[in-house]
Design a protein. Structure first.
Length: 208
C-alpha cells in the first residue's frame, strides 16, 4: 500500500500553549472552511505546506530529543487530511505510549462523526477542540478561541487532559520559521495577539 502523504506546514516543540504538558505542535496546510477572522489564514492554502510521507515524518518526530507529553494537531484543517494523520499517529503511538493526542478542528463533532474518512483519526483523538471560529465571540475558556467551540474528551486520557486545563489565563509560546522570523503560538483574543506582536516585534498574523 502506498505511504500516506500529508501536507505539512509547520512543526514546533516544546509547546505549553496548545494543551497540557510539553507538546509537539503540528500544523497542516489546506482548509476547506473560510472562517472570517481566522487566526492562521495563510494556512488555508495548500501551497503553504510541503508533502511528506507519514513514515518519513514519524521517523523525524521520533528522533527528536526532548521529552514530550503529546501531540497537538492544527492548521489548516487536520480532518481534511485525516487518513494521513491517522497513519502518522499509528506509527508514533507504539513508540510513545505515554503521549496523548489533541486536535483543533473547525468542524463540529457532529459533522465529523458523519464523515467516513474522519473516523480513523477521530478514534485516535483524546481531546478534541471542535467548531468554527466566530469573530466577536471571544472565549475565556482554555484552548477555545470563540465561545461556540467545544472541548470534548473522547477517551479516559482525554478526561485527564481536560481536568489539567484548570488555568484560564492565556498562554503563548514563541516559534521561529525557516526564515528566522518569530511567530506567536497560542489561543489569544485578537487584542492580546496584536499587542504581543507589537511588543515583541513578531511577524504580522498569528497561529493557533
Amino acid at each position: 500500500m502506498p505511504e500516506q502523504q500529508l501536507n505539512l506546514a509547520r512543526l514546533a516543540r516544546p509547546l505549553t500553549s496548545l494543551g497540557p504538558g510539553r507538546r509537539l505542535g503540528l500544523w497542516v496546510a489546506g482548509c476547506a472552511l473560510d472562517c472570517p477572522g481566522c487566526i492562521s489564514p495563510e494556512l488555508r492554502n495548500s501551497a503553504a505546506g510541503k508533502l511528506i510521507g507519514s513514515e518519513q515524518l514519524a521517523q523525524h518526530i521520533l528522533a527528536m530529543p526532548e521529552p514530550l507529553d503529546g501531540l497537538s494537531l492544527s492548521g489548516g484543517e487536520p480532518f481534511d487530511q485525516a487518513p494521513a494523520l491517522a497513519a502518522l499517529w499509528s506509527r508514533l503511538k507504539p513508540a510513545r505510549p505515554r503521549w496523548n493526542l489533541l486536535i483543533f478542528s473547525g468542524y463540529s463533532h457532529r459533522h465529523l462523526r458523519r464523515l467516513p474518512q474522519a473516523q480513523g483519526l477521530l478514534g485516535c483523538c483524546d481531546l478534541l477542540i471542535a467548531g468554527p471560529y466566530r469573530a466577536g465571540k471571544v472565549s475565556t475558556e482554555p484552548l477555545l478561541a470563540s465561545r461556540n467551540q467545544q472541548t470534548l474528551p473522547l477517551s479516559p486520557r482525554g478526561e485527564q487532559m481536560l481536568a489539567a486545563l484548570h488555568d484560564p489565563v492565556p498562554n503563548a509560546n514563541i516559534g521561529q520559521d525557516s526564515q528566522g522570523r518569530g511567530w506567536l503560538i497560542g489561543i489569544l483574543d485578537p487584542e492580546q495577539r496584536q499587542q504581543l506582536h507589537q511588543d515583541l516585534g513578531l511577524v504580522r498574523g498569528g497561529i493557533r
